[in-house]
Design a protein around this ligand. Structure first.
Ligand SMILES: O=C(O)[C@H](O)[C@@H](O)[C@H](O)[C@H](O)COP(=O)(O)O
Length: 267
């Protein structure tokens, strides 16, 4: 593995990327729990995002985390039936939440078609759930205040699409331009299914740490543009930044179009 400035780590292949990210995630959760008792993670769907969760569930070090004191949210969700194979939450339950025996009352899913009348209602309900959790939160002294409508996100995971979308914020679409809201309803998404609910970029960027986990040659252009400093509306991945840290965790294939200047000072 090679590390570079700007928090970029390049792993030899998909498997190494997922197991190393799982290890980092476990360490991060242990650290947060030792500081404030519980930890809050925002999950993502997508191939790498779910493979990381499976790697966490399989890692011997998983027992270092108290999984009953971890709160789970999603950066985005597909607006389909709760039991649909397309649901990001269902994939996460199978890969990690169920095997680790997490407390279901700490798992905050975006309502599906069986619960919400339409995608706007699902987005509103998710925003209300976030605000309620934020209101109930007691932070130890010394923890920075964030948006009062959002709980403190210790770690937020994102996948990146070949078009550089993150969560369900797609290039040039309304969602990526939305300000002043925490959650947005998405219609006509270019990646199926078309109806989705997503955190806004402002909500994503309220997280202490944002990790973008990206594998595959088809993502190389998106990774290269995002790290070259492209604009967020055209290249949403460029806009995702944690308050304390932004990590790009990529495999060799996804790193093949990284700007030269970024690779020069690595070790
Ligand atoms: O609901 C979704 O589809 C995801 O949350 C989405 O944002 C995903 O993370 C990227 O599209 C990358 O997905 P892949 O890793 O499968 O390419």
């Amino acid at each position: 593995m090679r590390h570079f400035p700007n928090g970029v780590s390049i792993h030899p292949d998909f498997e190494a990327l997922c197991s190393a990210t799982a290890g980092r995630m476990i360490t991060k959760l242990v650290d947060v729990q030792s500081r404030r008792g519980e930890a809050t993670v925002v999950l993502t769907g997508g191939t790498a995002g779910i493979a990381v969760l499976a790697a966490v569930a399989a890692a011997p070090a998983r027992t270092a985390v108290d999984w009953r004191r971890v709160n789970f949210w999603w950066g985005d969700e597909r607006f389909v039936a709760a039991e649909s194979e397309e649901r990001n939450a269902l994939a996460a339950w199978r890969a990690m939440l169920e095997p680790l025996g997490v407390d279901p009352s700490r798992v905050h899913e975006v309502p599906g078609t069986g619960t919400a009348a339409d995608v706007e209602a699902a987005a509103a309900a998710y925003a209300a759930d976030l605000a309620a959790a934020a209101g109930a939160e007691e932070l130890p002294a010394g923890f920075a205040e964030t948006d009062p409508r959002l709980p403190r996100f210790d770690l937020l995971l994102l996948g990146v699409g070949p078009d550089a979308h993150v969560a369900s914020l797609f290039p040039e679409m309304a969602g990526v331009r939305t300000t002043g809201e925490t959650v947005v309803a998405v219609r006509d998404a270019p990646k199926p299914p078309p109806e989705r609910v997503s955190l806004t970029m402002e909500a994503i960027n309220s997280a202490e740490e944002v990790w973008l986990v990206v594998a595959g040659e088809d993502k190389a252009g998106a990774v290269g543009l995002a790290l070259a400093g492209a604009g967020q509306v055209q290249v949403p991945a460029a806009g995702a930044q944690g308050r304390a840290k932004t990590r790009w965790l990529v495999d060799q294939a996804a790193a093949s179009q990284l700007p030269e200047r970024l690779l020069e000072s690595g070790n």
